[in-house]
Design a protein around this ligand. Sequence first.
Ligand SMILES: Nc1ncnc2c1ncn2[C@@H]1O[C@H](COP(=O)(O)OP(=O)(O)OP(=O)(O)O)[C@@H](O)[C@H]1O
Ligand SMILES: [Zn+2]
Length: 667
Amino acid sequence: MAAQLDGVFEAELQKKITESKVLVVGAGGIGCEILKNLVLTGFTDIEIIDLDTIDVSNLNRQFLFHKEHVGKSKANVARESALAFNPNAKIKAYHDSITTNDYGVNFFQQFSIVLNALDNRAARSHVNRLCLTADVPLIESGTAGYNGQVELIKRGLTSCYECVPQPAQKSYPGCTIRNTPSEPIHCIVWAKHLFNQLFGESNEDEDVSPDTADPEAGADVGSAALEKEANEKGNVDRVNTRTWAKQCEYDPEKIFNKLFFDDINYLLSMSNLWKNRTPPKPAKWDAVQEGDGEDGSIVEDSVTRDQKVLSMAQTAKVFGESIKALKEAVGKLPEGDHLVWDKDDKDGMDFVAACANIRAQIFGIPRKSRFEIKSMAGNIIPAIATTNAITAGIVVMRAFRVLQQEYEACKTVYVRLRVNGRNQFIVPETLIIPPKPKCYVCAAKPEVVLKVDTKKLTVREFRDDILIKALNMVSPDVLLDGTGTIVISSEEDERDCNNDKTLEELKIVNGCILKADDFLQNYELSITVLHKEAGREEAPFEIVADPDSLKPKEEEEKKEEVKPAAAPVDDAQPSTSKGLNGSSSNGKQSTTVNEVEDDDDDMCIIEDDEDEKPSTSKAAADAVTTPGKSVEKRKHAPEDDEPANKKAKVSSSHPMDDDDDDLVILD
Ligand SMILES: Nc1ncnc2c1ncn2[C@@H]1O[C@H](COP(=O)(O)OP(=O)(O)OP(=O)(O)O)[C@@H](O)[C@H]1O
Ligand SMILES: [Zn+2]
C-alpha cells in the first residue's frame, strides 16, 4: 500500500495503523468509501458489519458493488472487493445487524476505534451506548444530500450521539391522517399505515379507519353515525382491518369500496368536520374503472409509470395488481409473519402510491407521480456520491488523530454545499463539545459490571440477590437498554411473569446493558451484563463496581463497622476474574467467599481504580470489599497494574491556532 511506504506517513502513525483493529458499522454509501480508505491507508485488521443485501439502487455510489452482486450480502461483497486493493489485509465481514445481542461490550472492546456509517437513529444510538460502555472511541458520520458531518464520540471527553435529543421525525396528528387530510403527505402516511394494517405489522396508533374520537367532530357524532349505518345496513361490523381483508380474500373491489366509499361516507356523516372544509367525494370501484373518459390503459413503460401522474383509472388498476401481488407474498410467509414496507419493493411502493393518490383525489388534494411519492414516503434526500467520499475521507483522517490520541484535534466537521464567509466548505467546529452533564446516556452515573451465568440466573434471583441484597436497592425498576423492555417493575404484579425466567430468556445476554432505577432512593445504576458459565464450585455472580458510587444499606452501615474486612484476597490479584465472587440465594458459596469469617456476605465488590471513574470492566480492579457495607476500601493497586490504556488527558489550553489539521481547515 502506498501509505505503508516510508515517508508517506510518519513512522509512529504507520505503526499505529498497522497495529490497530477497526470496526466499520454499515457498508452503504459512506461505509464502502471508508473501507476503501482504510485498506489504502494501510489498515490491515478490519471488521465490517451490515445487515442488508445489495440493491440495484445502491450501484450508482456504493462502488464496491456491481451488477452481478445484486441480492448478495453488502458486508461480504464489500470485503471481497476491498481485498482486491490489498490482498494482505485481514477483513472479517458480518452479514448481520449490529443491534443483535451477539455484538455486546466484549465485542466492541476488541477494537481500537469504531467507525459508524449507518443510516438510522436506532442503530446509531445503540453503537453510541456500546462504545461509551466499552470506552472505545467512535467516529460517527452521516450525509444528507450535499451536507455531511463527522464527529468523534469519546467517553468523558466529547458529547455523545444522544447528548442532544435528535429532532423527532415529523409526525402528523392522527385525526388529520384518518379524517381530514389536506396535503399529499397526509395521504401518503395514511397509505403506509394501510399497508401495515393489511400486510405488515399493524399498530393500533396507525389505524386507518375514520376516527370517531376526533374532537373536531363533536361528541358522539361519529358513533351515532356508525350506529345508524349499522342499523340500516346491518353490516358495519368493525372487525380488525386485516381480519376483514382476509375474510374477503383481499378482493380489490371490496377493499376499494370499503376504504374509499363506505369509510368516506362515514366520514361525511361526521358533519362538523365539513363545516369549514370541502367535504370528500366517495369513489366507487366500478365508476373509477370506467374512467370517465380518462386513459385507462396500463402503462407498461416503467420510467413513464414512475414519472407521470397516472389517471384515476390507471391508478385503480395499479391498486388491484399490487393487492394481488402482496396477497401472494404474504401468503407465502409462515403463519403470523408479516411483510415489511420498503420503498424499493415494487408492489409495496405501487400499493402506497395508488392508495395515496386515490385518497388525495377524494379529498381534492393534487395527485403525485410514483417517483414523488417514493421520495416523500421514504423521507429520501438523494445521496450524493461525492459528499459520501469527502465525508469518509474525513472519517479516516480523524481515525489517524484518534490513534495518535490527539483528541483535541478531532472537532466535529461539517461538509457544506457552499463555502462560508471564510471560504470553507469543509467547516470544523471551533471547540470540542463536552458531554452534557445531564445526558441520560453518557453522564457519569454509577456503572456496575455483572458477570453472571445468564442461562441460569432468574430474574427473581437477579432482583433479590443482586439488586436488593448486593447493590442495596429497595424497589428497583429495570429496563433493558436499547430495546426499552421492562424487565423488573416496582409496580406490583406488573412484571411478575418474568420472575422465573432466566436472563437469557428475556434476551439479557452477554454485553447487554440494564438500567436499574430505585426511585425511592434516587439511585440509578447502569449494569453491563457479561455472561460467564459458572462452574459448580464457583459463585453464580461477580460484581465489578466502584463502591463509592453505590448506595450503602443504611441500617447496616453502623452495625457492620466492626465487621471483619473482606476475604483476605491476595493483594497480588487485581484481576476481576479471580477470587471475587458472589453467591446465590441458595446459599452456595464460592471458595473465596468461604474464607470470609462472617460468610453471610452475598458477594464481594471489586472496586475500580479511583482514577478510572466511571468504571468499566476494562479498568483493573484493585480492592475488595464486602457487600452491603458502606465500603471500606482496601487499596492495593500496584503501580504497574494501572491499565495501559489510561485515558489520555486532553489539555484544553492546547493552542489551536497552529492546528495543522491540513485536511479539514481549508482557508
Ligand atoms: N443495525 C444495523 N446493523 C448493520 N448495518 C446497518 C444497520 N442499520 C443500517 N445498516 C446499514 O447501514 C448502511 C447505511 O448506508 P446508506 O445510508 O448508504 O443506506 P443504503 O440503504 O445503502 O442506501 P439508501 O438508503 O440511500 O437506499 C446500509 O447498508 C444499511 O444496511
Ligand atoms: Zn451524552
